[in-house]
Design a protein around this ligand. Structure first.
Ligand code: AMP
Ligand code: FE
Ligand code: FE
Ligand code: ZN
Length: 320
C-alpha cells in the first residue's frame, strides 16, 4: 500500500495533480482524529524534519520510519519551508498515519534566536508563501556570509557543495556542518557547531530579519497555532511577555533537550498563561552525536494533543 503510494507520487505530473487534491486532504487533516479505542493512548510526536530542510529522510523514508517507530500521529516541522507537506500528507494518509502540517520558523527576539512552530497551517496561504520565499533567499545570503568568514579563516568551502548537501531543500548550518566533516575540517557535526557555526562562534552569522512577533503573525495568517519550540534551549523566559503579547498559543514542553526540571517549569508556565502544550523528538534522522534523536521520544500525551486539536477546531469555527 505504502509502496503503491510512493510510486504514485513519484510519477511525473503528481505535483500538479496534487495541487488539485491538496484541499480535500488538508480539510481532512484539519479535523484531527483521535483514536479513543486504543486504551494505551497514541504515540504522538509533533516535531520531525525532512530533506526539505535539514533532515536526512525524504517524506517516503520518514513515513516508513514513523510507522516502524509505532508513532501514529506526527507533526511535520521543517525549518522555514512547507515544501514537504503535500507529499508527506499523501503518504501518511496512505499509510494510515495522521500528519499534522506544520513548520518551524527561525526568528529573533532581539539578538536571541528563537524557533516558532506553526501547527495546522495551510501551506498554500499567500502571505506565508511570500514570507517563505524571502526567508529562503535570506538563508542563501547568510550561507554565503558564513562561507566568506570561513574562507577568511583559511577554510575555503565552495558554495555549490553546501547547496548540493541541501539537495534543493532549505539550506542551513547542518548542511554546511556536513560538508566541513567531508572536508576533514572537523570530525563531526557537533564539533562544527562548537568550533565554527554555533551562536557566537567565529563563522556564525545571525539572520535577525524575522522577529518572533512576525513569525507568530505569519503562522496565524496561515490559519495555524503558534508554539515556541524548545524554550529550554534558549533559556530566556524573559521573552515570554513579548511572545504572549504577540499572541503565542503554546509551548513545546516535551523535547529531547528538556530534562524533568524544564518539563515541569514549562508545564507550569503553560498552565499559568493558559497555553497549549506540545512536544516531540525534533527528529532529523541523524543517527548519532549531540543532535541525534529517536522518533516518538519524547512523545506528547494524548490529552494535550486533544486540546491542540480542540483549539484549531474552535479557531476555525470563529473564523467562519
Ligand atoms: P539554521 O537553520 O541554519 O540556523 O541551523 C540551525 C539548526 O541546526 C537547528 O535547528 C538544528 O537543527 C541544527 N543544529 C543546531 N545545533 C546542532 C548540533 N550541535 N549538531 C547538529 N545540528 C545542530
Ligand atoms: Fe534542524
Ligand atoms: Fe529548533
Ligand atoms: Zn526542529
Amino acid at each position: 500500500m505504502l509502496r503503491a503510494a510512493r510510486e504514485f507520487v513519484m510519477k511525473p505530473g503528481f505535483h500538479t495533480r496534487f495541487r488539485l487534491t491538496l484541499r480535500p486532504l488538508l480539510s481532512k487533516v484539519l479535523e484531527p482524529r483521535v483514536n479513543r479505542s486504543n486504551g494505551n493512548g497514541m504515540r504522538i510526536d509533533l516535531h520531525v524534519h525532512t530533506t526539505a530542510s535539514d533532515g536526512l529522510l525524504d517524506p517516503g523514508a520518514l513515513v516508513r520510519a514513523v510507522t516502524e517507530a509505532g508513532v501514529q500521529v506526527f507533526g511535520l516541522a521543517d525549518h522555514d519551508t512547507v515544501d514537504a507537506i503535500p507529499e508527506t500528507l499523501a503518504l501518511a494518509e496512505a499509510a494510515g498515519l495522521q500528519c499534522v502540517p506544520g513548520i518551524e520558523i527561525s526568528a529573533y527576539w532581539g539578538a536571541i534566536e528563537f524557533h516558532i512552530l506553526g501547527y495546522y497551517i495551510d501551506p498554500a496561504e499567500g502571505t506565508l508563501t511570500t514570507f517563505l520565499q524571502g526567508t529562503r533567499k535570506a538563508r542563501h545570503t547568510r550561507m554565503r556570509a558564513m562561507l566568506s568568514r570561513l574562507g577568511a579563516m583559511g577554510i575555503p568551502i565552495p558554495e555549490a557543495e553546501v547547496l548540493a548537501a541541501a539537495r534543493n531543500g532549505n539550506v542551513g548550518r547542518p548542511h554546511l556542518a556536513r560538508v566541513l566533516v567531508e572536508h576533514g575540517v572537523v570530525d563531526g557535526v557537533d564539533e562544527a557547531f562548537e568550533r565554527y557555526l554555533g551562536a557566537g562562534r567565529p563563522a556564525y552569522v545571525p539572520r535577525p530579519d524575522v522577529t518572533v512577533a512576525q513569525a507568530i503573525s505569519v503562522i496565524h495568517g496561515a490559519g495555524g497555532l503558534a508554539v515556541v519550540a524548545h524554550p529550554g534551549l534558549q533559556n530566556r523566559d524573559d521573552a515570554f511577555p513579548d511572545l504572549l503579547a504577540a499572541g503565542l498559543d503554546g509551548i513545546e514542553v516535551y523535547h529531547p533537550k528538556h530534562n524533568y526540571g524544564l518539563v515541569s517549569r514549562y508545564r507550569r508556565l503553560a498552565g499559568r498563561h493558559q497555553l497549549l502544550i506540545t512536544g516531540g523528538s525534533d527528529f532529523h534522522g541523524v543517527p548519532d552525536g549531540d543532535h541525534a534523536s529517536m522518533l516518538g521520544r519524547p512523545c506528547l500525551h494524548e490529552a494535550d494533543f486533544l486540546k491542540l486539536a480542540e483549539a484549531i477546531r474552535s479557531r476555525r469555527e470563529t473564523a467562519k
